[in-house]
Design a protein around this ligand. Structure first.
Ligand SMILES: [Zn+2]
Length: 142
């Protein structure tokens, strides 16, 4: 799928703009430059990410490391059919796109293309491998 063309023809903010506004402004600007980034801020993504992490019991698909509290909770509640009652934030866990979506919404939303990684694995070897392939400016991969 093609990335939608920016309405303003891809206008980039003036260099000084980076000194104006806070983190929200930075997020907005990055989203404008890379439209698929905005999908990471949707409720649909938050729910999909959580489903991926829950089903993996917050165990990293690479190193096997689990979350100290959420992994035991998942292990205990999943056999009772109560996995969905596990709550938390787990900012140190990532729903990772196995095949980099590279702006493809189909790959972005494909449940079978998502795996649970710990932040260390996600930010380490995998990111370096992707950057060797082709850098994706501003894409956090979350
Ligand atoms: Zn890991």
């Amino acid at each position: 799928m093609r990335i939608r063309r920016l309405k303003d023809g891809g206008h980039r903010p003036a260099p000084m703009a980076k000194y104006l506004g806070g983190e929200a402004e930075n997020d907005r600007r990055r989203a404008a430059l890379n439209p698929i980034r905005a999908l990471y801020h949707t409720q649909r993504w938050r729910e999909l990410r959580w489903q991926v992490l829950l089903e993996a019991h917050f165990r990293c698909a690479r190193c096997g490391r689990g979350h100290p509290t959420l992994t035991p909770a998942c292990d205990a509640l999943a056999p009772l059919g109560r996995l969905s009652s596990v709550k938390g934030k787990a900012p140190d866990h990532v729903a990772d796109h196995i095949t980099p979506h590279r702006g493809s919404e189909a790959l972005f939303w494909d449940r079978s293309n998502l795996q649970c990684l710990c932040a260390a694995c996600h930010n380490g070897a995998k990111q370096r491998a992707e950057q060797r392939d082709r850098p994706v400016p501003g894409d956090p991969g979350r």
